[in-house]
Design a protein around this ligand. Structure first.
Ligand SMILES: C[S@@+](CC[C@H](N)C(=O)[O-])C[C@H]1O[C@@H](n2cnc3c(N)ncnc32)[C@H](O)[C@@H]1O
Length: 366
């Protein structure tokens, strides 16, 4: 038998016997332990890499969350608290948050693949929530975790819901359509969603499964979820989203060509935030905040960061330093402007057992 030497070998072997549901294709190309996109040692996140996330874009993101951490700790009393970043990637955010306190053994980074996690004395990295020691109260953070979960691609054809699968023809990957798995029919029926004829939709059953697991893990605490996503009334609106939201990212470019360069490009779809909200509320979590990232960071004092110092008060020693500072200030602004990453990413905060006092992030801005 020939050894598999690339993601294409893995796919060809898998497609020899039958087509693959697109969901299973995504699982393979993102998370195959050897050739998957997220198995690579090099981080896909960064200005010189495939795409930028908020913690990498500007330190203002971790600064604002640091303010939330302090508020959270002040409400924990004598309880043993932990801060956990799920889907932590290289650990940039959890390392920055751990740097705001001197407490050890309280900060955890969780990721399916820890090859990219950068060691830090105050951060413990694990691959599953089950490996984290018990605690009384937890602050759980995730940034772009749920939009990285494998998803299915559905399309309405007349009265029938079809599911997209991947096939191989003439040596190239191509689409095929099958009657959708009954779970997806149920997904739309239970939520009262009807798709227009010809409308595509991208859905992951893992959204609720993983969020449910996080809720069970957080007996008392806050769950703060940053992600590309929408409430379901907007996510599945035919006029706006006729072609769904699935996209591929490589080298800072977005494309709709989901089958090319398997394992070399990220595949992602917007999440249904109502799935997360309802799952939490079903486990007695109160929904405390749901809005765009820009507003959330502003309420947490983002503009108190030194990158927002008035330009006239700044002293720079060289032209290069000045240029770097201008770029850094620009990146910081991108986080809090109501467009791009500031508006496309939404934040859901749910809490259980943390008392009735309002949080700083609930301050009305205007
Ligand atoms: C888009 S990256 C975001 C990385 C980081 N949070 C950031 O903002 O730069 C998604 C990360 O989630 C991880 N991931 C995906 N599914 C996961 C799961 N079920 N549990 C833990 N991590 C997961 C991936 O390995 C990847 O590192």
């Amino acid at each position: 038998m020939m050894a598999e030497r690339s993601m294409l070998d893995v796919l060809r072997k898998s497609l020899k016997d039958s087509d693959l549901p697109f969901h299973d294709f995504v699982e393979l190309v993102l998370y195959h332990p050897e050739f998957g996109y997220y198995a690579r040692g090099a981080s896909p996140v960064g200005k010189g890499a495939d795409y930028v996330t908020s913690p990498v874009l500007s330190p203002v993101f971790s600064y604002s969350l640091g303010n939330l951490c302090h508020e959270f700790m002040s409400r924990c009393g004598d309880g043993l608290w932990q801060v956990v970043d799920i889907g932590c990637g290289d650990g940039g955010l959890i390392r920055a948050l751990a740097g705001f306190t001197t407490e050890a053994q309280r900060f955890f980074g969780v990721d399916r693949n820890l090859a990219r996690a950068i060691a830090s004395p105050n951060v413990t990295y694990v691959t599953s929530l089950a490996e984290i020691p018990p605690a009384d109260v937890r602050l759980i953070i995730s940034n772009e975790l749920f939009d990285a979960l494998p998803f299915a691609r559905l399309v309405q054809r007349g009265e029938q819901l079809h599911e997209l699968w991947v096939t191989e023809g003439d040596g190239a990957l191509d689409w095929s359509e099958h009657e959708a798995d009954a779970r997806y029919e149920e997904y739309f029926a239970e939520r009262g969603i009807t798709l227009d004829d010809g409308q595509f939709a991208d859905v992951s059953m893992e959204w609720t499964a993983l969020y449910g697991e996080i809720c069970r893990f957080t007996k008392r605490g806050l769950i703060v979820t940053f992600d590309y996503g929408l409430p379901q009334s907007k996510l599945f609106r035919g006029r706006m989203r006729r072609f769904g939201t699935a996209a591929a990212y490589a080298k800072q470019r977005v494309s709709r060509d989901l089958l090319v360069n398997p394992g070399q490009q990220d595949l992602t779809a917007h999440i249904n935030f109502d799935d997360l909200r309802r799952t939490g509320e079903g486990q007695a979590f109160a929904s405390l905040f749901f809005d765009i990232q820009a507003k959330f960071l502003l309420t947490l004092g983002a503009t108190e960061h030194e990158l927002f110092t008035p330009i006239g008060d700044l002293a720079v020693d060289s032209a290069n330093e000045g240029l770097t500072l201008l770029q850094d200030r620009d990146d910081a602004r991108r986080l809090i402007l109501p467009d791009g990453i500031g508006a496309d990413i939404r934040v859901l905060v749910q809490g259980r057992g943390m008392g009735p006092e309002p949080w700083r992030f609930q301050t009305k801005l205007f």
